[in-house]
Write a protein that binds this ligand. Structure first.
Ligand SMILES: NC(=O)c1ccc[n+]([C@@H]2O[C@H](COP(=O)([O-])OP(=O)(O)OC[C@H]3O[C@@H](n4cnc5c(N)ncnc54)[C@H](OP(=O)(O)O)[C@@H]3O)[C@@H](O)[C@H]2O)c1
Length: 297
């Protein structure tokens, strides 16, 4: 089995990777930035910096060259960041969180789609923060111009991040619609790991936070989660395991569902937000992202 993934070096993805490499006859190709990264045996590291569309294209070429006629069984698009401000820009000048979380993965999915096996699978890691009914700051509208080129009045931090996660969900829906039309049998899953405390999403954790996490932060969120289940703080181990379960088909989604949400450690299959279900918004994102990524519609 061939698995290609992003975000395999830390947090949820690193935990999922442990499950992938345990499988017999499986080769994992991980797109990784920087050098000197340690990954489990059975993983091939290829350079990929998601903050550069040029790097995404080179990574896709690299994968295609290595695989030749061999097809990809599972494509896991898991990497993500949450910048505190929206002033940083990608190599091509787009806002960094938007470029990394959405645009790079959109381009990668489109470039590798022809190389996916019939009946293959794409898993995109999204977040329940895309849904204003679950998390109050979730997006109620999608303004692509503002996402790509925010100014000082635009949303920042978690609010901005949540909109990029809406983009992940909408992209998953577009890819699923294409697969149905092409009869390629490719299934697409948008996966919400839920609030996961022990990852580096908001930067490397200080020793102080690491001490506070089990004795104060996690118990506090546990109490809140009794009233608001989305506030349950899971572990990277369980969030990564659930990602692997979905990718490997150990857990299957009900017919016509594409959204899997980990709530209090259990996989559930709710509908995504109303905006995520809107086909006009989905198609607009697809079309505008193509322009930004330099692809035909
Ligand atoms: N943690 C949560 O509470 C939570 C909740 C909902 C959804 N999620 C989603 O879960 C996914 C995984 O996040 P995590 O919490 O496990 O965070 P994490 O520990 O920070 O892992 C993020 C991964 O993305 C990679 N990455 C970031 N920027 C990259 C770039 N420019 N090029 C290549 N790789 C890059 C990181 O690589 P490096 O090792 O090089 O940094 C790392 O492997 C993300 O999509 C996130 O949005 C997380």
């Amino acid at each position: 089995m061939i698995i290609v993934m992003t975000g395999a070096t830390s947090g949820i993805g690193a935990e999922a990777l442990k499950h992938f490499v345990e499988l017999p006859d499986t080769k994992v190709y991980a797109g990784v930035r920087g050098s000197g990264r340690i990954v489990p045996e059975g993983t091939a590291i290829l350079p990929l910096d998601l903050s550069s569309l040029k790097s995404v294209s080179s990574f896709a070429d690299n994968i295609k060259q290595r695989l030749g006629n061999t097809k990809i069984d599972i494509l896991v698009l898991n990497a993500g960041i949450q910048a505190t401000d929206n002033k940083q820009r990608s190599e091509e000048g787009f806002e960094l969180t938007f470029a990394t979380n959405h645009l790079a993965h959109y381009l990668l999915a489109r470039l590798l789609l022809p190389n996916l096996a019939k009946g293959g699978k794409i898993v995109i890691t999204t977040s329940d923060s895309h849904d204003p009914e679950i998390i109050f700051f979730g997006p109620k509208t999608l303004d692509l111009e503002e996402l790509a080129y925010p100014d000082e009045n635009s949303p920042k931090g978690m609010r901005f991040y949540a909109t990029t996660k809406l983009c992940n969900l909408l992209t998953a829906r577009s890819l699923s619609a294409i697969s149905l039309k092409d009869d390629s049998g490719i299934s697409v899953i948008a996966y919400n790991p839920g609030l996961t405390g022990d990852t580096s999403l908001m930067g490397k954790q200080s020793a102080f936070i690491k001490i506070l996490l089990p004795v104060f932060i996690r118990p506090l969120f546990y109490v809140v989660s009794m009233f608001k289940p989305a506030f349950f703080m899971g572990t990277a181990k369980r969030s990564g395991e659930a990602l692997a379960e979905l990718a490997l088909g150990k857990v299957t989604l009900p017919t016509d569902k594409i959204y899997a949400s980990l709530v209090r450690g259990k996989l559930t299959f709710p509908n995504p937000s109303q905006l995520a279900q809107d086909n006009n918004t989905r198609d607009l994102l697809w079309k505008e992202s193509a322009k930004m990524a330099g692809l035909p519609e």
